[in-house]
Design a protein around this ligand. Structure first.
Ligand code: GGG
Length: 352
């Protein structure tokens, strides 16, 4: 029976990079005789402008039927970012309890880091972002709107089960990669939630004695990611810290355009969702220059999750190969190729 993937291109360059990824996935499926089927949804800011919602009322029920979800990007000028994000991306993460957001990054051969001494292979790390609680919270509100004493309050939510499960996931990943774990904290300034986070990390570390770990203040960690990125392997962070840190780690490796992410429900009760880290990039949308690698690498993670390790490894080889030459790299990576040329190169390598 076919594994069915729900596909949401979304906004801006989202449909372009997802379209490219679909083309590449078709080639991978043919070569590896995978039975993959797709259900496409046009949910986006355009839908919002037409209907007043980012997705229909039964949108989550429809996605629940699928084995995985592949998403492009969300956001378009004219629709406030918090409306588009909380109308599509964040409900999917929360409804399906996708509490892990794995965001790997590496400096591949052919890529240039903005750091003058970084060499291919020296940056290779994963940010494990807590994905359903923390600073991204619905608890709060606005008071005294329009008055001089107007105010806004937002409560961060850190639960013992929520922190425990993400920290355990990160320890397990660090063990699997044979590396070390760094926990991002800010317990010197954030007086309640971050000491609680640290306490749980310490407790869980006792259950993972074979993994070397450390705790770093997020400000110092951000500086060290720039100064010594090679010292990091797996970094576990709260929702907001993980979001910011993964843009930084991608930039340090050369471009956010290649950064993938896997929003995972490790229990496999719900479909997991795979999306590039980048947003909708309205400034380059429709020009055929968007870098599809972030979405293609996300598809690699999806194939792995769906049990197609060999196909995933082959596609990742194609990604590495395309990044090697300027003719098959996009402009954000100093190349000359458009989205279509990168896609053709990936397909050709998969079929070779
Ligand atoms: N590729 C998904 C996307 O559009 N992300 C943009 C974004 O702003 N995401 C916020 C988040 O991941 O919390």
């Amino acid at each position: 029976m076919a594994q069915v993937i729900g596909v949401i291109g979304g906004d801006g360059i989202g449909p372009e990079v997802v379209g490219a990824t679909r083309t590449v996935l078709d080639a991978v499926a043919e070569v590896h005789t995978l039975d993959l089927a797709y259900e496409t949804y046009d949910w986006s800011c355009h839908t919002y402008a037409e209907t007043g919602t980012m997705m229909p009322d039964d949108g989550l029920d429809r996605l629940a039927e699928h084995d995985a979800v592949l998403l492009g990007a969300v956001g378009w000028p004219g629709v406030p970012d918090h409306v588009s994000l909380w109308g599509l991306l964040i409900p999917i993460r929360r409804h399906f309890r996708l509490y892990v957001n794995e965001r790997p990054i590496a400096l591949f051969e052919g890529m240039e880091s903005p750091l003058r001494n970084a060499r291919p292979g020296e940056i290779d790390l994963v940010v494990v972002r807590e994905n359903v609680e923390g600073e991204y919270s619905e608890i709060g509100g606005r008071l005294n709107r329009g008055f001089a004493d107007e105010m806004a309050v937002q409560e961060a939510v850190f639960t013992r089960p929520g922190v425990t499960r993400i920290v355990d996931h990160a320890f397990a990943l660090a063990r699997q990669r044979g590396g070390r774990l760094t926990s991002a904290t800010k317990s010197n300034g954030i007086v309640h939630t971050m000491p609680f986070w640290d306490e749980i990390v310490r407790e869980r570390a006792a259950e993972h004695p074979d993994v070397d770990w450390e705790s770093e203040l997020i400000d110092a960690l951000a500086a060290k990611v720039v100064l010594q990125p090679e010292r990091y392997d797996v970094i576990v962070a709260s929702n907001l810290f993980g979001d910011i840190l993964s843009d930084l780690t991608a930039a340090v490796a050369g471009s956010i355009g290649i950064a993938p992410s896997a929003n995972l429900d490790p229990t496999r009760e719900h479909p997991s969702m795979f999306e590039p880290v980048h947003g909708s990039a309205p400034d380059i949308a429709g020009q055929g220059v968007a870098n599809p690698i972030g979405t293609v690498w996300s598809a690699v993670m999806m194939l792995d999750h769906l049990g197609h390790g060999e196909a995933a490894a082959d596609l990742m080889d194609a990604v590495r190969h395309s990044l090697r030459s300027p003719g098959t790299r996009t402009r954000d990576l100093g190349g000359t190729a458009g989205t279509a040329e990168v896609t053709q190169a990936l397909v050709a390598h998969v079929r070779a």
